[in-house]
Design a protein. Structure first.
Length: 252
Protein backbone atom coordinates (compact mmCIF):
# COMPACT_ATOMS: atom_id res chain seq x y z
CA UNK A 1 0.00 0.00 0.00
CA UNK A 2 1.30 3.46 -0.93
CA UNK A 3 0.83 5.83 2.00
CA UNK A 4 2.22 8.99 0.36
CA UNK A 5 1.98 9.69 -3.36
CA UNK A 6 3.50 12.74 -5.01
CA UNK A 7 2.60 13.28 -8.65
CA UNK A 8 4.36 15.76 -10.97
CA UNK A 9 5.02 18.16 -8.12
CA UNK A 10 6.51 21.50 -9.12
CA UNK A 11 7.41 24.74 -7.33
CA UNK A 12 8.51 28.08 -8.71
CA UNK A 13 9.62 31.13 -6.76
CA UNK A 14 9.22 33.86 -9.35
CA UNK A 15 11.63 32.90 -12.11
CA UNK A 16 13.42 30.28 -10.00
CA UNK A 17 12.41 26.66 -10.58
CA UNK A 18 12.99 24.95 -7.22
CA UNK A 19 11.28 21.65 -8.01
CA UNK A 20 10.06 20.11 -11.27
CA UNK A 21 7.87 17.05 -11.88
CA UNK A 22 8.73 15.23 -8.66
CA UNK A 23 7.04 11.83 -8.54
CA UNK A 24 7.36 9.78 -5.38
CA UNK A 25 5.57 6.82 -3.82
CA UNK A 26 6.38 5.98 -0.22
CA UNK A 27 5.06 2.55 0.84
CA UNK A 28 3.43 2.14 4.22
CA UNK A 29 5.98 1.19 6.86
CA UNK A 30 9.00 2.20 4.75
CA UNK A 31 11.90 4.48 5.61
CA UNK A 32 12.41 6.43 2.39
CA UNK A 33 15.31 8.79 1.74
CA UNK A 34 15.27 12.01 -0.28
CA UNK A 35 18.85 13.09 -0.94
CA UNK A 36 20.85 15.47 -3.08
CA UNK A 37 23.37 18.33 -2.89
CA UNK A 38 22.58 21.74 -1.40
CA UNK A 39 19.93 23.54 -3.43
CA UNK A 40 18.53 20.32 -4.88
CA UNK A 41 14.95 21.03 -3.75
CA UNK A 42 14.68 18.61 -0.85
CA UNK A 43 13.44 21.02 1.82
CA UNK A 44 11.09 22.61 -0.73
CA UNK A 45 9.53 19.17 -1.20
CA UNK A 46 9.11 18.81 2.56
CA UNK A 47 7.53 22.24 2.85
CA UNK A 48 5.05 21.28 0.13
CA UNK A 49 4.12 17.96 1.75
CA UNK A 50 3.69 19.55 5.18
CA UNK A 51 1.59 22.46 3.86
CA UNK A 52 4.07 25.28 4.50
CA UNK A 53 4.09 25.99 0.76
CA UNK A 54 1.48 25.54 -1.97
CA UNK A 55 2.82 23.94 -5.18
CA UNK A 56 2.60 25.59 -8.57
CA UNK A 57 1.79 22.20 -10.10
CA UNK A 58 1.16 18.59 -9.14
CA UNK A 59 -0.72 16.63 -6.51
CA UNK A 60 0.05 15.17 -3.05
CA UNK A 61 -2.04 12.31 -1.64
CA UNK A 62 -2.03 10.67 1.78
CA UNK A 63 -3.76 7.30 2.02
CA UNK A 64 -5.50 8.15 -1.26
CA UNK A 65 -6.86 11.53 -0.09
CA UNK A 66 -5.73 14.74 -1.79
CA UNK A 67 -3.89 16.96 0.73
CA UNK A 68 -2.28 19.33 -1.81
CA UNK A 69 -4.01 22.52 -0.73
CA UNK A 70 -4.42 21.82 3.00
CA UNK A 71 -2.78 24.10 5.60
CA UNK A 72 -0.16 22.72 8.03
CA UNK A 73 -2.52 22.27 11.01
CA UNK A 74 -4.94 20.17 8.95
CA UNK A 75 -2.12 18.03 7.59
CA UNK A 76 -0.89 17.46 11.15
CA UNK A 77 -4.31 16.24 12.27
CA UNK A 78 -4.27 13.75 9.37
CA UNK A 79 -1.12 12.16 10.79
CA UNK A 80 1.90 13.88 9.22
CA UNK A 81 4.51 15.37 11.55
CA UNK A 82 7.90 16.86 10.77
CA UNK A 83 11.18 18.09 12.16
CA UNK A 84 13.24 20.94 10.72
CA UNK A 85 16.72 21.35 9.31
CA UNK A 86 17.26 24.24 11.73
CA UNK A 87 15.94 23.09 15.10
CA UNK A 88 12.74 24.93 16.05
CA UNK A 89 12.27 24.34 19.75
CA UNK A 90 10.85 26.78 22.27
CA UNK A 91 14.25 27.46 23.78
CA UNK A 92 13.07 29.08 27.03
CA UNK A 93 10.36 26.50 27.78
CA UNK A 94 11.20 23.32 29.63
CA UNK A 95 11.91 20.08 27.81
CA UNK A 96 8.59 18.72 29.11
CA UNK A 97 6.62 21.77 27.97
CA UNK A 98 8.09 21.47 24.47
CA UNK A 99 6.65 17.97 24.21
CA UNK A 100 3.31 19.04 25.69
CA UNK A 101 2.96 21.58 22.87
CA UNK A 102 2.78 18.68 20.43
CA UNK A 103 -0.39 17.31 22.03
CA UNK A 104 -2.35 20.48 21.30
CA UNK A 105 -3.69 19.24 17.95
CA UNK A 106 -5.28 16.19 19.65
CA UNK A 107 -6.96 18.09 22.49
CA UNK A 108 -10.60 17.16 23.15
CA UNK A 109 -11.34 19.86 25.73
CA UNK A 110 -12.73 23.17 24.52
CA UNK A 111 -11.11 26.57 24.95
CA UNK A 112 -13.64 27.43 27.66
CA UNK A 113 -12.93 24.21 29.57
CA UNK A 114 -9.22 25.04 29.48
CA UNK A 115 -9.70 28.60 30.74
CA UNK A 116 -11.98 27.46 33.59
CA UNK A 117 -9.91 24.33 34.21
CA UNK A 118 -12.99 22.13 34.22
CA UNK A 119 -12.71 18.41 35.05
CA UNK A 120 -12.36 17.17 31.46
CA UNK A 121 -9.49 19.57 30.82
CA UNK A 122 -7.71 18.63 34.07
CA UNK A 123 -8.04 14.92 33.26
CA UNK A 124 -6.68 15.49 29.78
CA UNK A 125 -3.84 17.58 31.19
CA UNK A 126 -2.77 14.74 33.52
CA UNK A 127 -2.93 12.25 30.66
CA UNK A 128 -0.84 14.48 28.39
CA UNK A 129 1.78 15.01 31.08
CA UNK A 130 2.13 11.28 31.70
CA UNK A 131 2.36 10.57 27.98
CA UNK A 132 4.94 13.35 27.50
CA UNK A 133 7.13 11.81 30.20
CA UNK A 134 6.85 8.44 28.43
CA UNK A 135 8.02 10.03 25.18
CA UNK A 136 10.93 11.70 26.94
CA UNK A 137 11.91 8.31 28.36
CA UNK A 138 11.67 6.89 24.83
CA UNK A 139 14.22 9.41 23.54
CA UNK A 140 16.42 9.26 26.66
CA UNK A 141 15.57 12.70 28.04
CA UNK A 142 13.36 11.91 31.04
CA UNK A 143 15.96 13.22 33.52
CA UNK A 144 16.09 16.55 31.65
CA UNK A 145 12.32 17.19 31.74
CA UNK A 146 12.59 20.36 33.87
CA UNK A 147 15.54 21.90 32.03
CA UNK A 148 15.11 24.71 29.48
CA UNK A 149 15.21 23.16 26.01
CA UNK A 150 17.88 25.62 24.88
CA UNK A 151 20.31 24.29 27.50
CA UNK A 152 20.35 20.78 26.03
CA UNK A 153 23.31 19.55 23.96
CA UNK A 154 22.70 19.77 20.22
CA UNK A 155 22.10 16.04 19.71
CA UNK A 156 19.59 15.97 22.56
CA UNK A 157 17.73 18.91 21.04
CA UNK A 158 17.38 16.84 17.87
CA UNK A 159 15.82 14.03 19.90
CA UNK A 160 13.52 16.44 21.71
CA UNK A 161 12.24 17.74 18.40
CA UNK A 162 11.44 14.16 17.37
CA UNK A 163 9.64 13.58 20.70
CA UNK A 164 7.52 16.68 20.09
CA UNK A 165 6.68 15.42 16.60
CA UNK A 166 5.64 12.03 18.07
CA UNK A 167 3.35 13.85 20.53
CA UNK A 168 1.13 14.89 17.61
CA UNK A 169 0.22 11.22 17.09
CA UNK A 170 1.60 10.78 13.57
CA UNK A 171 1.73 7.74 11.35
CA UNK A 172 3.96 9.53 8.80
CA UNK A 173 7.12 11.31 9.96
CA UNK A 174 9.15 13.79 7.88
CA UNK A 175 12.73 14.17 9.15
CA UNK A 176 14.73 17.09 7.74
CA UNK A 177 18.46 16.35 8.16
CA UNK A 178 18.21 14.60 11.55
CA UNK A 179 21.97 13.90 11.58
CA UNK A 180 23.03 17.51 10.96
CA UNK A 181 25.75 18.49 13.44
CA UNK A 182 26.21 14.97 14.83
CA UNK A 183 29.52 13.15 15.06
CA UNK A 184 29.99 9.61 13.56
CA UNK A 185 29.10 7.79 16.81
CA UNK A 186 26.04 9.98 17.35
CA UNK A 187 24.99 9.22 13.77
CA UNK A 188 25.20 5.47 14.40
CA UNK A 189 23.18 5.91 17.59
CA UNK A 190 20.61 7.92 15.63
CA UNK A 191 20.19 5.13 13.06
CA UNK A 192 19.41 2.64 15.84
CA UNK A 193 17.09 5.13 17.54
CA UNK A 194 15.10 5.89 14.37
CA UNK A 195 14.75 2.20 13.54
CA UNK A 196 13.48 1.55 17.05
CA UNK A 197 10.84 4.30 17.08
CA UNK A 198 9.77 3.41 13.53
CA UNK A 199 8.96 -0.11 14.65
CA UNK A 200 7.51 0.87 18.03
CA UNK A 201 5.11 3.48 16.63
CA UNK A 202 4.53 1.77 13.26
CA UNK A 203 5.69 4.84 11.40
CA UNK A 204 6.36 5.52 7.77
CA UNK A 205 9.30 7.91 7.37
CA UNK A 206 10.57 10.24 4.67
CA UNK A 207 14.09 11.44 5.47
CA UNK A 208 16.14 14.30 3.98
CA UNK A 209 19.81 13.85 4.71
CA UNK A 210 23.28 14.82 3.47
CA UNK A 211 24.92 12.17 5.65
CA UNK A 212 25.27 9.20 3.29
CA UNK A 213 26.28 6.90 6.14
CA UNK A 214 22.87 7.50 7.70
CA UNK A 215 20.74 7.09 4.55
CA UNK A 216 22.65 4.02 3.38
CA UNK A 217 22.23 2.41 6.79
CA UNK A 218 18.65 3.48 7.43
CA UNK A 219 16.62 3.79 4.20
CA UNK A 220 15.24 1.01 2.01
CA UNK A 221 14.49 3.31 -0.93
CA UNK A 222 16.09 6.52 -2.20
CA UNK A 223 15.24 9.33 -4.60
CA UNK A 224 18.01 11.72 -5.58
CA UNK A 225 17.38 15.35 -6.58
CA UNK A 226 19.72 17.83 -8.25
CA UNK A 227 18.68 21.38 -9.11
CA UNK A 228 15.02 20.45 -8.60
CA UNK A 229 15.13 17.44 -10.94
CA UNK A 230 15.00 13.73 -10.10
CA UNK A 231 18.22 12.12 -11.31
CA UNK A 232 17.99 8.65 -9.73
CA UNK A 233 15.74 6.27 -7.82
CA UNK A 234 16.29 2.85 -6.31
CA UNK A 235 17.84 0.96 -3.45
CA UNK A 236 20.82 2.46 -1.62
CA UNK A 237 23.15 0.07 -3.46
CA UNK A 238 21.73 1.07 -6.85
CA UNK A 239 21.84 4.78 -6.11
CA UNK A 240 25.40 4.61 -4.78
CA UNK A 241 26.63 3.37 -8.18
CA UNK A 242 24.49 5.66 -10.34
CA UNK A 243 26.74 7.86 -12.56
CA UNK A 244 24.48 10.93 -12.25
CA UNK A 245 24.57 10.69 -8.46
CA UNK A 246 28.35 10.43 -8.49
CA UNK A 247 28.53 13.47 -10.78
CA UNK A 248 26.13 15.51 -8.60
CA UNK A 249 28.06 14.81 -5.41
CA UNK A 250 31.64 14.65 -6.65
CA UNK A 251 31.57 16.58 -9.93
CA UNK A 252 32.48 15.29 -13.36
Amino acid sequence: MKMLQIQNLGMRFGGLLALEDLCLEVPEGAIYGLIGPNGAGKTTAFNLVSGFLQPTSGRISLDGADITSLPPHRITTLGIARTFQNIRLFQELSVLDNVLVGFHCRSRASWGEAVLRLPRYRTEERERCARALELLAEVGLETAAAQPAGKLPYGHQRRLEIARALATGPHFLLLDEPAAGLNPQETLDLIEFLQRIQQRYRLTMLVIEHNLRLVMGLCQHLTVLDYGLTIAKGSPAEVRRHPEVIRAYLGS
